[in-house]
Design a protein around this ligand. Structure first.
Ligand code: SF4
Length: 386
């Protein structure tokens, strides 16, 4: 019988957690191993199955890793999945024996069965999970706690983002009862105190042709009642931001009433109306500024995500972002990201534009007052470690 080894690093721990929970559902009697890349390198043997999941940022590191692993163990069976392999499955077959393109919870069953009856090879098309409640958030055989995925998919279709292509079709949501059960389990384990959610847009929970405040309040009320004073509840902040169009006075009141976070993350990306339009974002500058006002009135700290170097930016569009930064200087914090043409996104083959020196300087000037983090220009030499 092949040993099944999940290779986990700090960047893929949420995906691996979901896979472990799914593995336990399909194979309750079978054991598995979860190891860091370094430990796995020493531990793995020729007849093992090594499973990987990664994003574009760590793809080079994983390709390098598996190349070395194959030099050491030529017959080992390696399979990868995740956002990057899903978008570049053919390319990944050069390095891995098998590639899961799409969602992994159902496909892990096929992969393990294939491995036990021989070898996993080729592209396995991931099956879409129709009902998220069929899969636990947390595995039970080992302690792996973390944020809870409440929504899969996004009502927006931003051109630079992988999510719309990765999770096509209608949004899927975990039910409140299911989420509460998982939280009760997590609370029974040592070390779980903060409830955080994973959602491309936290305000899209039970989205139904618009923001569903009733469902959001139901979620927050029930989670708050479950954790009482034993834990903290975070919503609209890392690892799930809020789309500004979802922020209303009523939503802000819910945040004040039920949540512990003082910080809210809003996605703007560019302050230009033209850019918002061609990126197909749901909300633009007007919605963002309205959301900022509402949140500042209740003393939230605001982090605004901006992307620098987006394709099709012009001097005029950059000027609008410059004005936004100057206008809100000292009152909001900017999280800056350099544009990265992510595989699978609509802008995957587009080139970055040059960010005007005036704008770079404006962003840098925020460093002195602690109102910016992240990078404006992509560091070409930087390789993400695993
Ligand atoms: S709102 Fe966020 S998750 Fe949704 S498509 Fe846009 S960038 Fe992606």
């Amino acid at each position: 019988m092949k040993r099944v080894v999940f290779v986990r690093d700090k960047t893929n721990k949420h995906s691996i957690r979901a896979l472990l929970a799914a593995y336990e559902k399909w194979f309750p009697e079978k054991d598995y191993y979860v190891l860091t890349p370094q430990d796995a390198f020493e531990f793995l043997k020729e007849d093992d199955l090594a499973l990987f999941s990664f994003l574009t940022g760590t793809s080079s590191a994983y390709i390098d890793y598996v190349t070395k692993l194959k030099e050491k163990l030529p017959k080992i069976n390696t399979v990868c999945g995740g956002a990057h392999p899903s978008a570049r499955s053919e390319d990944m077959l050069e390095y891995f024996d098998g590639v899961c393109a799409g969602e992994g919870e159902e496909s892990i069953k096929d992969i393990i069965e294939m491995a036990h009856s021989g070898r996993v090879e080729g592209i396995i098309t991931g099956k879409k999970v129709l009902n998220l409640d069929e899969y636990r958030v947390f595995p039970r055989k080992m302690v792996s706690l973390g944020p809870i995925e409440i929504v899969r998919g996004c009502p927006s279709g931003c051109a630079y983002c992988q999510t719309p292509q990765l999770f096509r079709g209608r949004l899927r949501h975990r039910s409140i009862d299911f989420i509460v059960e998982e939280i009760k389990f997590a609370l029974s384990r040592k070390g779980f105190a903060d409830v955080r959610f994973i959602a491309p847009d936290a305000s899209s929970y039970q989205y139904n042709k618009g923001i569903n405040l009733e469902a959001i309040e139901g979620l927050l009320y029930n989670v708050r009642s479950t954790i009482g004073t034993k834990g903290k509840l975070f919503y609209g902040t890392f690892p799930s931001e809020l789309d500004p169009s979802g922020v209303s006075k009523e939503l802000v009141d819910l945040l004040v009433k039920y949540c512990d976070n003082k910080q809210i993350v809003l996605g703007l990306q560019s302050a230009s109306y033209y850019m918002q339009k061609i990126m197909h974002r749901r909300s633009g500058l007007a919605e963002t500024e309205k959301a900022i006002e509402l949140l500042l009135n209740k003393n939230f700290e605001i982090v605004v995500d901006l992307i620098f170097g987006l394709p099709y930016e012009t001097e005029e569009t950059y000027e609008e972002t410059y004005k936004f930064i100057e206008k809100w200087k000292g009152r909001v914090t900017i999280h800056s990201h350099p544009f990265d043409p992510l595989p699978g996104s609509r802008w995957q083959y587009e080139k970055s534009t040059e960010v005007p020196a005036k704008l770079v300087k404006a962003v840098k000037s925020l460093e002195g007052i602690g109102r910016v983090f992240g990078r404006v220009i992509k560091d070409k030499e930087k390789v993400c470690r695993i």
